[in-house]
Design a protein around this ligand. Sequence first.
Ligand SMILES: [Fe+2]
Length: 184
Amino acid sequence: MKRLVNLLLWMKSKKGSSSDVNIHTAYENRNDVHDDRIKRVREYVLTDSRERGNHGIDHWDRVYANGQLLVSRKVKSLVVGLFAYLHDFCRENDGVDLQHGPRAAEFIDTVRDSLLKDVGDEDIRLLKEACRLHTVADRTGNPTIDACFDADRLDLGRVGIIPDPERMATKKGKEIAKALYVGN
Ligand SMILES: [Fe+2]
């Protein structure tokens, strides 16, 4: 609950503000990447020096944090955590690049036996599907994939887009979007 309150306070502070708030703080203060497999992927993506704009590590850390709020008994937290750091990794630009999801899924295959060697086949399948579909599907009905979608969408405020609660893929994502952006 404390994590949710912190996130809400931070996002409220961003709302309507044009100042450059230290958005990294929300992630660093929690320091809650406990899974070595996710830590390893986070370290790996940080070695890539491409200019990322709105789709770089600050965004990925927030997607990670959002994802942890969406984890439930039916949601695989490892998949949601890995999605945070990989879903935008293969973007070729900071604008419209609808193929970056399928490229991320292909990239996952290339590191399946190295960076992701400790991740099970079913988790890899879910991770690839979440990456592949995250720009083209509203929801899938799979709790883990839908949590990935919402973790990403809850950070749309960074580019001035208010997430529509009705377009969130999970019940919890809808509740958070309402609380953050609609004021309920
Ligand atoms: Fe994203």
